[in-house]
Design a protein around this ligand. Structure first.
Ligand code: PAF
Length: 292
């Protein structure tokens, strides 16, 4: 069997017929939604898609509706040529790269109200964010009516929000989550890491270190959430996550129920530690699952 070229799909109609044709032929299709600027974390999601289904399609679309005003929409890295090469060399079958007007036609005014799990944390700090994510993800599922969709666990709340939306709206797609991929120094891979200077990157390492320290306290049997949270914040502050005026730049550092993301007081169930912090002008998020 010869090596097939990766198909580049530009319009929703092309994307849809690509998936429907494969499914008519009895093949299953996985989709990996991305905003491009691909790193090894994204590529690990493509690998999961390949294991889950006969075909895997990626999407590359910098979705304007999930950026709140004053965020980095204009500066968001766009590295299409490189992204396509990386996807092709991994054996990705197709990639959907729509234009903004194709996803948001003139006059388009419908949007999704995200599920409850979107309300806290990122939802509080970036009010329009999950509405934009849910709207584009649902649109992508319409364009690519896939069997499986793969999302990264680095965006932990996003993964839970999408799972909830899929359940609430009876969407016929299985959501699969891929583990966080870290650089050798421990920083979770993110397209935004390229904004960090060398010094900022050193400060940013306080985030994975704080999560690692938390995990070791839990291994030693600590179950008091208030204490664990205080220590988590302390590790971040001590590790250099504060701006030049010494103002706290941690948006949140919490340990919450792993599914609902509601606060808990005792570590008596699966939980997740979630951190969002600004290092210089760059906002980073990271998390660690705490399974009992
Ligand atoms: O995680 C992302 O890159 C984006 O939020 C997603 C899911 C592709 C929607 O634009």
């Amino acid at each position: 069997m010869g090596i097939e070229e990766m198909e580049i799909l530009h319009t929703p109609a092309d994307a849809r017929s690509y998936v429907l044709k494969r499914q008519r032929e009895g093949e299953s299709v996985a989709v990996v939604p991305t905003m491009g600027a691909l790193h090894d974390g994204h590529l690990s999601l493509v690998e999961i898609g390949k294991r889950e289904c006969d075909r895997v399609a990626a999407t590359i679309f910098v979705n304007p509706t999930q950026f709140t005003p004053h965020e980095d929409l204009d500066q968001y890295p766009r590295t299409l040529e490189q992204d396509l090469q990386r996807l092709e060399s991994l054996g990705t079958d197709a990639v959907f790269v729509p234009e903004v007007y194709a996803m948001y036609p003139d006059g388009c005014s419908t949007s999704i109200v995200p599920p409850r799990v979107a309300n806290r944390l990122e939802g509080q700090h970036r009010p329009e964010h999950f509405g934009g994510v849910c709207t584009i993800v649902l649109k992508l599922f319409q364009c690519l009516p896939c069997d499986v969709a793969v999302f990264g666990r680095k965006d932990y709340q996003q993964w839970r929000v999408i799972e909830s939306m899929v359940a609430d709206l009876n969407l016929p797609v299985k959501v699969v989550a891929g583990e966080i991929v870290r650089d050798p120094d421990g920083l979770a891979m993110s397209s935004r890491n390229r904004y960090l200077s060398d010094a900022e990157r050193q400060s940013a390492l306080a985030i994975p270190r704080a999560l690692e320290h938390l995990a070791s306290q839990v291994r030693q049997g600590e179950k008091d959430i208030a204490l664990l949270q205080t220590n988590l914040l302390r590790s971040l502050d001590g590790g250099g996550i504060a701006d030049s005026e010494g103002v706290d730049s941690v948006d949140y550092a919490v340990i919450v129920d792993a599914e609902s993301l509601e606060p808990i007081s005792e570590l008596d169930r699966s939980a997740v530690a979630l951190i969002a912090a600004r290092v210089g002008a760059t906002r980073l998020i990271d998390n660690r699952l705490i399974e009992l």
